[in-house]
Design a protein around this ligand. Structure first.
Ligand code: BEZ
Length: 399
């Protein structure tokens, strides 16, 4: 089947970007002429500085692990990674994406972590037809109105991870909840996912408190929460912000008095830094450290051996991004020009994920299980399956 991706030439791509058209066009056939010998160029646009640094590192580490496990070659071609720090700053997204596609001439872009950066990246990837794998950012739009055949996500939509928490709280008779989140796309969409599973079934959201990203001054929010005394507080924070929030929560004397819940980002990859303050926190997510799948046991052991620390959900998503790229390239013998066939293979790929089996929705977002977890001795342990095969509504995707 011929799709628009068979027609997008490097010449057109570069022409749209207004960079080195002649030189690049002459370089292109050479790349195909040497076929299997040329390296596949994979550009990462991930945070290697700022509050989301550890998320970007974890994704990169695990993706590199997946490539190493494939013998360092995909579809017979060696891999070259070009890493750019997104700084989790949306205003920089367009320039940096153009740099990867136009100047670095990457075959795949992998990123980002931050939903705002994802919006800028996806817009360009969509226009240019460059293969894009999102290993974290949950912006609903990426697999909603911005969905495209060349854009895949191996993580979640922001709507998904908090959605099961509404039922968890209602089943325990906790009806009055305050929401507190970084007030950008991810926090707002996460809150909406939670509300969609809570409010129509009798839950009451008393108050929503937004904190500008990436600020970590939580004192006035905590004082307000203490005076409201809700049954529970649902929060969206991750990385460095999650460490600070959980510690501040305990220091404010709220731990053990009001239940603190959220999507699992609150305690992913950060329990060591949070220490005793994290113990007992319950969250919902598509992953837990103790998932009893052979693929998870093997992955965690390999990650620890390679990097000397424990794996987290960001690593799982990066590992699966690596596996997805591998499936696509192996299906076409490394011919990155055969986009339609590569896309088809990626859509139908069966990935042995540490999180367990998941499938790609028609909008290219994982359909996956979500677990209720609890932090015990610094480990995000599975409590129970909270929702099975949860699919994002993918509103506005017309692919
Ligand atoms: C986001 O911006 O989409 C995001 C960042 C960190 C964790 C989860 C989602």
């Amino acid at each position: 089947m011929k799709t628009k991706f068979d027609n997008i030439s490097r010449r057109r791509t570069l022409g749209m970007l207004g960079v080195g058209v002649v030189a690049a066009a002459t370089a292109l056939p050479a790349r195909f002429a040497i076929g299997g010998k040329a390296k596949v160029r994979i550009g990462t646009l991930l945070p290697y500085s700022g509050t989301y640094t550890r998320l970007g590192q974890s994704i990169t580490n695990a993706m590199e692990l997946a490539f190493a496990q494939a013998g360092g070659k995909l579809g017979g071609r060696a891999i070259e990674l070009i890493k750019i720090d997104s700084e989790a700053k949306p205003p920089k997204a367009a320039d940096l994406t153009n740099k990867l596609i136009g100047r670095e001439k990457v075959d795949f872009i992998v990123g980002p972590v931050h939903s705002g950066v994802a919006m800028g990246m996806a817009k360009i990837a969509r226009e240019e037809g460059t293969m894009m794998i999102v290993p974290n950012a949950g912006a609903n739009q990426v697999t909603g109105p911005f969905c495209a055949p060349n854009i895949f996500r191996t993580s979640f939509s922001n709507w998904q991870p908090g959605h099961p928490m509404g039922k968890v709280l209602l089943d325990e008779g906790k009806k009055n909840v305050v929401l507190c989140y970084w007030a950008y796309g991810a926090g707002k969409q996460s809150a909406q996912g939670f509300k969609d599973g809570f409010v129509p079934h009798g839950g009451n959201v008393i108050k929503e408190i937004g904190i500008p990203f990436p600020k970590v001054e939580f004192q006035s929010a905590l004082t307000e929460i203490a005076s409201i005394k809700p049954d529970a507080v649902y929060v969206f924070f991750a990385g460095g912000g999650a460490v600070k929030f959980v510690k501040d929560w305990a220091a404010a004397g709220l731990k053990g008095k009001i239940e603190l819940v959220g999507p699992g980002f609150l305690t992913e990859g950060v329990t060591k830094a949070q220490g005793a303050a994290a113990e007992g926190i319950r969250t919902t997510l598509h992953y837990a450290d103790t998932l009893d799948y052979p693929a998870n046991v093997t992955f965690r052991a390999a990650y620890r051996k390679a990097y000397g620390k424990g794996a987290d959900v960001y690593g799982v998503q990066g590992f699966d991004a690596g596996q997805l790229i591998r499936a696509g390239l192996e299906a076409v013998g490394g011919d990155t020009g055969a986009k339609a066939d590569m896309i088809k293979a990626m859509e139908g790929a069966s990935i042995d994920s540490p999180r367990g089996k998941w499938t790609m929705s028609s909008a290219h977002n994982p359909v996956q299980n979500f677990y209720l977890r609890e932090v015990k001795n610094g480990v995000n342990e599975v409590v129970k399956l909270a929702m099975e095969n949860l699919s994002d509504p993918a509103k506005g995707c017309t692919m």
